[in-house]
Design a binder for this molecule. Sequence first.
Ligand SMILES: Cc1cc2nc3c(=O)[nH]c(=O)nc-3n(C[C@H](O)[C@H](O)[C@H](O)COP(=O)(O)OP(=O)(O)OC[C@H]3O[C@@H](n4cnc5c(N)ncnc54)[C@H](O)[C@@H]3O)c2cc1C
Length: 475
Amino acid sequence: MTNAASARSDVDFAPLRDALLPEKALFPGLSRAGSRIIVPGDADYEVVRRVWSSHVDRRPLAIVQVTGVADVIATVNFARENGLTLAVRGGGHASSGYGTVDDGIVLDLSPMRGIFIDPEAKTARAEAGVLLGELDHQCAPLGLGAVGGTNSTTGIAGLSLHGGFGYLSRQHGYTVDTVRSVQIVTADGELRTASRDINPDLFWAVRGAGANFGVAVSFEYQLFDLDQNIQAGAIGFPIDRAAEFFALFNEWAPGTPETLYSEALVWYQPGDDGEPTDVPVVALSVVYTGSDDLDAILAPIRAFDEPLFDDVAPTTYLIVQKQYDETIHHGLSMVHTFGVLPTLTPELIDEVLTGFLATPSRHTLVSFGHWGGAMTRPAAEPSALARGTAPWRIVCETIWPDGDDAGANIAWSRDYWNTLRPHFADETQYLNYTTYADEETVRRAYGEETYSRLQAVKRTWDPENFFHVNFNIVP
Ligand SMILES: Cc1cc2nc3c(=O)[nH]c(=O)nc-3n(C[C@H](O)[C@H](O)[C@H](O)COP(=O)(O)OP(=O)(O)OC[C@H]3O[C@@H](n4cnc5c(N)ncnc54)[C@H](O)[C@@H]3O)c2cc1C
């Protein structure tokens, strides 16, 4: 097996086409979508080759959209037997662009959208093409919720395989902590179950370094009781008060209940059309699923200064999960950088603000979050996720629209991260919020002990490194 991408135009896809289930042909007269292969020249090739972040501009030999497990197996076997590089795509959100590849095959799971909920056990099994908003939608009428991310269009697959944090995480942990089992097609083309009792080494590894071990076809999640009527919103202040506001946030956030998700961020305030205005602000964004008096919890924030805006109000969980969809939308370009922090020092805050005000793009945002609670407690079910012990995290989302200078934005993002890096507690990386990482960075992100253990699991399940379009664990 080679792991070098080969530019090939001579691949005969006919055997793969014959192996798939094209439902239109199977049931003539019924317009049911089936699995299909899209190659350059097909009408929608230019659309389906794209992922969320538009600066990722790769040209696969083919995109295979599959409706079921048999077609996943056929595609894995076809790629392996023909020495072709395989990229696997769930929701396509990864800013690394690993949901696509030049001159290889993209296995696109987006047609696999089944969600099956057991209300007694409070569990859900969801197929790997499901987006977070779809899972939330099915859970809501049952008074249940899943630990997902903060954007409804993120895929459950990439999120669940590499961490997953959102509004419920301080209370219930990362998404990986809620995964009870994964069904996965491994490099030999076999469908396996990975759970605490079945293939436990694989279960440990896929929850944190998942893309390395196979194609996950479905996930079983633990759900939680969730009253859909919650409170959420943002309170904003002038950017020239940002340093003092971050200092207040540093004092205030650790003492808040675990049912409160909060982050303090600097960004250019979006206008009514969702586009950034030219007014930078510092803001506190909150989502509260608890039942204590939120006004009392927010009192120190409101006492800080006269706010520019304060729209914290009753709403629903489904509305909140979509609140950034218009502002941070498909087709923008994004580079993620991430670091963990012991505390927010004045020196760090100064560097954060100076750098932010020099960003080439008004779409860029920088946020601090307190990842305490269940995110820093040991998980009931250990996983490969590098969770670190430092309670604070900083995330910079360098975002720019089509037509802006990608090189200038990427360079700014790199320089910004290098400036902030000396303040980080350690090398912990949240790989869902990482765009660029070489082998050494991936090794350091997991830490030596976890990385060595991942290598051993990789040698068992994928010794030829067939699955290598990812933050790679070198076997
Ligand atoms: C706008 C936006 C908001 C975000 N918000 C959050 C957030 O709130 N919380 C958070 O934790 N993260 C967040 N993220 C990051 C997100 O979790 C990661 O990008 C995640 O990997 C996306 O998963 P995906 O399936 O959509 O992406 P993809 O690009 O499809 O996949 C990501 C990685 O997983 C692999 N993969 C995908 N599906 C499978 C599969 N079925 N089997 C094996 N490997 C697979 C891919 O090959 C790739 O390496 C956000 C990203 C964006 C762009």
